[in-house]
Design a protein around this ligand. Structure first.
Ligand SMILES: [Ca+2]
Length: 369
């Protein structure tokens, strides 16, 4: 299933196209109801990454870890620009959206180098997402002691794995896509199509709503997962044809997929829209046509005053950065054209925002006010 590419209305502010200059100035466009000013930024080219998928700054180090969907793991010294490939990565299945997915530092990273990784492996039933722990030695560039701690229900095909990771306190949250099967997202006995809450060892956490791994139901393909400073979790979901969503996470809630969506099926047939009383948690905001939200950052730095307590979403087909409030309903504050599919977004220790373009030879940019 391929997403439809959609032509969007022209932005009110033009930027230079295909410029080779390392620094470009950007201005915000189409600011909506809430007044946000001085959110312009410049961008600095930091690296070029093949098939980058996700990235995390590693606390206590000068490194940014970047996964490559096609199987690699790169470490970028974000101070001096040195880029090195990491050895010892797991064997991954790389059809379609399959491959190496996310990496996050574990709670003990600073003392023992523990990281959590997600990737996809071949399975007799098709493909299977997994989560593993490993120790990352940044000095010699190796990944060691790899241990699979969680397995996604296997399914045919090569789409909608999701596999975003977030550690909050003593819990590991894993997003699990619907694997383009739809129905499992409404099956409490499946671990597809929802956000899962696990222990740091990958086991179902005590006190989960259905006494299994599930924390939510009815999620299609979560590619953005972030915690706000007040402890709230927020997710972005890829919709079907239209209907991309930002959702506030509430334990035990059902987000409706595949029974409710503001979008429609790719064959043009309708999916009932979210409406009050349907029993489903409606999105805080949704986008029709699609922006294809590839990743979500909740900004907590001090460098960009205007980003405080808001979310930044990178658009794939939308080829833009979108700023929204974190409330229900949410308000879109700004969007900036980025001239490329944005796959990953992260906040640097100094508060700069880093964005990574999708696909082969994707540019990695640092955004500064
Ligand atoms: Ca609909």
């Amino acid at each position: 299933m391929r997403r439809h590419l959609t032509v969007f209305v022209a932005f009110s502010v033009a930027i230079s196209s295909c410029s080779s200059t390392p620094t470009q100035a950007f201005s915000s466009s189409s600011s909506s109801s809430s007044a946000v000013t001085n959110t312009d930024f410049t961008r600095n080219h930091k690296a070029t990454i093949n098939n980058g998928w996700a990235m995390s700054f590693l606390p206590g180090t000068d490194y940014l870890a970047i996964t490559q969907r096609t199987g690699g793991l790169q470490l970028l010294n974000h101070l001096n620009g040195e880029l090195k490939a990491i050895s010892g990565t797991p064997e991954v299945y790389t059809e379609g959206q399959a491959g190496m997915h996310d990496i996050v530092p574990g709670p003990t990273f600073s003392s023992d180098g523990t990281v959590y990784l997600s990737w996809v492996r071949e399975h007799p039933a098709g493909a299977q997402g997994v989560v593993g722990t490993a120790t990352l030695d940044t000095s010699n560039g190796s990944l060691n002691n790899l241990n699979v701690i969680w397995e996604q229900d296997p399914a045919p095909g090569s789409g909608h794995f999701s596999l975003r990771l977030l550690i909050a306190g003593e819990y590991l949250f894993v997003s699990s896509g619907d694997r383009q099967q739809g129905a499992p997202a409404q099956d409490i006995n499946s671990n597809l199509g929802g956000l899962l809450r696990l222990t740091l060892d990958g086991q179902p956490a005590a006190g989960n709503p259905w006494n299994n791994e599930r924390w939510t139901m009815g999620n299609r393909n979560i590619l953005g997962l972030a915690a706000a400073e007040n402890g709230e979790l927020w997710i972005t979901e890829m919709g079907p044809q239209g209907g991309d969503e930002l959702n506030k996470v509430v334990a035990g809630d059902n987000y409706g997929w595949p029974q409710a969506s503001m979008g429609s099926n790719y064959d043009g047939s309708d999916i009932p829209d979210h409406q009050s009383g349907d029993g489903f948690h409606a999105p805080a905001i949704s986008w029709v046509p699609s922006i294809s939200p590839g990743n979500l950052l909740i900004y907590s730095g001090e460098l960009f005053d205007a980003f405080s307590h808001s979310a930044l979403i990178g658009g794939l087909s939308g080829q833009r950065l979108v700023q929204v409030t974190l409330e229900e309903p949410a308000v879109e504050l700004n969007q900036w054209p980025m001239e490329a599919r944005i796959r990953a977004i992260a906040q640097a220790p100094d508060g700069a925002v880093w964005v990574l373009e999708d696909g082969a030879a994707g540019n990695l940019w640092e955004l500064r006010p």
